[in-house]
Write a protein that binds this ligand. Structure first.
Ligand SMILES: Nc1ccn([C@@H]2O[C@H](COP(=O)(O)O)[C@@H](O)[C@H]2O)c(=O)n1
Ligand SMILES: C[C@@]1(CO)OP(=O)(O)OP(=O)(O)OC[C@H]1O
Length: 158
């Protein structure tokens, strides 16, 4: 079974930029109630979607004081735990970050390690790609970063 996830967060000055659990040096971070890790959020929704479960807002309600600045790797840990509880295991993840800046690919290996650890998945099975939006739209105007992800799961018995 497969699932798809999409998320977007707006840039905000004075916040750290966290992507895939890695703090990436940049002029702006992303705004959010959590750590605003747009990549982890998209991947979590892809995992939850593959199982037909509700999205991350159901498990981590927006505005919930317990979610304030939460490390989004914890959200991935929860999604992976739900997957195991349902009798499924993750096969692989693929994802794309859409950001005009900064360059994120230099941090790819560190992000893969973090995400693999949180999901209990071999980092070699965590795909992370990046593209600019060629200066078009809100991403092109450097207003924020978007992320898309797919997840594949299969029954544990296979
Ligand atoms: N935020 C980004 C965007 C892109 N990259 C890398 O640059 C390559 C070229 O991107 P274009 O949008 O100009 O085609 C892309 O394939 C990525 O390898 C990046 O690291 N960070
Ligand atoms: C995880 C949550 C918790 O507030 O994080 P946010 O930073 O609000 O991010 P968003 O992707 O807008 O919604 C998901 C929320 O459930």
């Amino acid at each position: 079974m497969i699932g798809f996830g999409y998320d977007v967060h707006r840039f905000k000055e004075g916040r750290p930029l966290i992507l895939g659990g890695v703090e990436i040096p940049h002029t702006h971070g992303l705004d959010g109630h959590s750590d605003a890790d747009v990549l982890c959020h998209a991947i979590a929704d892809a995992v939850l979607g593959s199982l037909g479960l509700p999205d991350i807002g159901h498990y981590f309600p927006p505005g919930d004081p317990q979610c304030l600045n939460i490390c989004s790797l914890k959200i991935l840990e929860k999604a992976a735990a739900l997957c195991r509880e349902q009798g499924y295991k993750l096969v692989n993840i693929d994802s794309t970050l859409v950001a005009e800046a900064p360059k994120v690919l230099p941090h790819r290996e560190a992000m893969k390690e973090n995400i693999g650890r949180a999901l209990r998945l071999d980092p070699a099975r965590v795909g992370i790609k990046a593209t600019t939006n060629e200066t078009m739209g809100f991403v092109g105007r450097r207003e924020g970063i978007a992320a898309m992800a797919v997840a594949q799961v299969e029954p544990t018995g296979l």
